[in-house]
Ligand binder design. Sequence first.
Ligand SMILES: Nc1ncnc2c1ncn2[C@@H]1O[C@H](COP(=O)(O)OP(=O)(O)O)[C@@H](O)[C@H]1O
Ligand SMILES: [Mg+2]
Length: 256
Amino acid sequence: MLVTPSRDKLNRIVVLNPKGGCGKSTLATNIAACYARRGPQPAIMDYDPQGSTIGWLNRRPADLPSIHGIAAYKKSMQATRSWQLRVPDDTLNLIVDSPASISHDDLRELTRDSSSILVPVLPSALDIDAVSKCIADLLLVAKVNRNEGKLAVIANRTRKNTKSFGRLMRFLDSLGIPIIAVLRDSQNFVRAAERGQGLHDMQPSRVRPDLEQVEKIVDWLDGWEARRRRAVQLMNTRRQSFANVTALRKPQARSV
Ligand SMILES: Nc1ncnc2c1ncn2[C@@H]1O[C@H](COP(=O)(O)OP(=O)(O)O)[C@@H](O)[C@H]1O
Ligand SMILES: [Mg+2]
């Protein structure tokens, strides 16, 4: 699996969780619709052979702000893979939608140049088990460093004050990975998906609580450069403290 080489100004957002139906495509399309409204045109890359994101884009009315679509799940015989996956030069935000069940190799490739990784998770015992494995793979297989601050979780289709919601929040809290939004189980997402829209294309007064959560996600995504800078600073500070400790421990040369 080849991906576009990293570019300094490109926010590569990967939406990932090998569990089907947890809301990856819903999240990817809503983020894309938000960036499209703000401009410049974002790109969405669909790695899922089911092609739901590209299907959504095909349903998108022509009068809505445009989104560049890349069907990464298709293997073209005519073009090289890197040509097929190219992202327009002026793109600032690329949203990558991923398939259910991915190999370790694909996981590494998908996340390699990412600036943000979003993991949506549903509040059921099975989903909590699946997401523990997904996060373990991200940390151990894809070598995503928690301190880089690029990993975040989104609780999806939640009903507050239910036992399963409480269990999910306690579990996510225990991981030490930020929960940046809590999306309700809401027909607004279903309706938007059917029409090729995101919540940002709908009447704000009708979708306000859900819209606010999508905006929280986008605010967090927008902070990717600051998060990266903080991670570098933290790494340098740790390296410096390590060097200081090592210097202190070195035996002093004895004078004769
Ligand atoms: N917050 C939500 N509220 C209601 N329905 C949702 C929500 N998120 C996702 N869905 C619905 O759940 C189904 C699976 O979502 P989808 O985004 O396709 O998951 P995935 O891409 O992870 O397989 C879809 O029918 C979608 O409309
Ligand atoms: Mg999907």
